[in-house]
Ligand binder design. Structure first.
Ligand code: ADP
Ligand code: ASP
Ligand code: MG
Length: 400
């Protein structure tokens, strides 16, 4: 029997009506003779609400306790969905991450999946049950509950599909596929029939939250048959594949990331080893640095500017201030920034893509603070309140 993994995001299970709708999709696939494993997210805004509740009591709670709290969101939806399916007369069982054998690293808040011990899931499938697994969570080698980072249920689903060698992994969400830009921002964005793993990975990493980037990495590594579909319409979704059939489109999509911050270290000595010492210090604190810009040395000093995730910004600035090297230096943190990017495997072989993107921003009167490029993407750092306008202007310029 073919195994199909179906993942339903928060908006798809947000209330009783949506749960009944999802139960209909699941049982329809089950009735066709498939073995069904379902991965669910927390309902609606539950995860955000839980984060707020925690902040009321402790502004810096331990990451371990945050994981205990946030994992509860998925545990609620898995039980409610199981009850809905039970009521329809189908055999069903819900499993938490640990019951389903999802073994992760110990990095609370953004744990990585190490392996999935599929024994329990297979046992339940053998009994012809619909198996519902709580997404976003697993268990560390110390038997602690972990979570996989925001949007992590996508990764749970793809990893479970890879471990079970499932025929298909369907990511059901509130849009009917992957678009050339967030359809909530760009009204004339259009749906892609297919997108390559590499392009999807860039888009996801650069802010298109429709799939968590780690899920795409796993899908590529294990060649998971992955598609993004709507839980609300029957429209054909988007297939994420190794190589797209269509001729290489120059640009596949435009995206924005508003959860970043820019840090500048002003007036550091213009001598060898400074970049190494700054980024080594941040690396040791597990802080990822993205775009880096170093000014030209003048009068023996230079400035170092870089971006980090907004969540890491204060911690990074604190760590730099405390270092012997920078304790008397000015460190500026700006959280009113956004990164806007274009992604497409086709741009590798085309000149003039960057200038076209910059022209779109110039026409819209938007100032570029930093630029970064790779073979399949170009990113610019701009003011946060210009982000949506920038996405629309660039999308129009490339006539996507
Ligand atoms: P879920 O709760 O199902 O996990 P998410 O909110 O995490 O859903 O992801 C779906 C959302 O991603 C859409 O509602 C859409 O606004 C947003 N999005 C951003 N960029 C894109 C894109 N390029 N294509 C489709 N959706 C996108
Ligand atoms: N509930 C988690 C979140 O909101 C995981 C997910 O939805 O994928 O980030
Ligand atoms: Mg999501």
């Amino acid at each position: 029997m073919a195994i199909i993994v179906q993942k339903f995001g928060g908006s798809s299970v947000k209330d009783a009506d949506h749960l009944r709708n999802v139960a209909g999709i699941i049982t329809e696939a089950y009735d066709k003779g498939n073995s069904i494993v379902v991965v669910v997210s927390a309902q609606g805004d539950t995860t955000d609400d839980l984060i707020e509740k925690a902040a009321e009591l402790n502004e810096r709670p331990s990451k371990r306790e945050m994981d205990v709290l946030l994992s509860a969101g998925e545990q609620i939806s898995m039980a409610l969905l199981a009850m809905t399916i039970e009521k329809m007369g189908y055999p069903v069982i819900s499993l938490t991450g640990w019951q389903a054998g999802v073994k992760t690293t110990s990095k609370h808040g953004s744990a990585g999946i190490k392996n999935i011990d599929t024994e329990r899931i297979l046992e339940e499938l053998d009994k012809h049950k619909i198996v519902i697994v709580a997404g976003f969570q697993g268990i560390s080698k110390y038997d602690n509950i972990t979570t996989l980072g925001r949007g992590g249920s996508d990764t749970s689903a793809v990893a479970i599909a890879a471990a079970l060698k499932a025929e298909l992994c369907q990511i059901y969400t509130d849009v009917d596929g992957v678009y050339t830009a967030d359809p909530r921002i760009v009204k004339n964005a259009h749906k892609l029939d297919e997108i390559s793993f590499d392009e999807m990975l860039e888009l996801a990493t650069l802010g298109a939250q429709v799939l968590q980037n780690r899920s795409v990495e796993i899908a590529k590594k294990y060649n998971v048959n992955l598609e993004v579909v709507s839980s609300l319409t029957k429209a054909k979704g988007t297939k994420v594949v190794e190589v797209t059939k269509m001729e290489k489109m120059l640009i596949k999509g435009v995206t924005k990331d508003t959860s970043i911050a820019r840090i500048s270290v002003v007036g550091v000595a213009d001598v060898p080893g400074i970049a190494f010492r700054i980024f080594d210090l941040l690396g040791r604190k597990d802080i990822n640095v993205d775009i880096i810009l170093q000014s030209i040395g003048r009068e023996g000093t230079k400035d170092m500017t870089f971006t980090v995730s907004a969540a890491d910004a204060d911690y990074a600035a604190e760590a730099l201030h405390e270092s012997e090297l920078l304790k008397d230096k000015k460190i500026l943190v700006d959280k009113d920034v956004a990164k806007v990017s274009i992604v497409g495997a086709g741009m590798e072989t085309h000149a003039g893509v960057a200038s076209r993107m910059f022209e779109a921003l110039y026409d819209a009167g938007i100032n570029i603070q930093m630029i970064s490029t790779s073979e399949i993407k170009i990113s610019v750092l701009i003011a946060k309140n210009d982000a949506d306008r920038a996405v629309i202007a660039i999308h129009d310029k490339f006539e996507l």
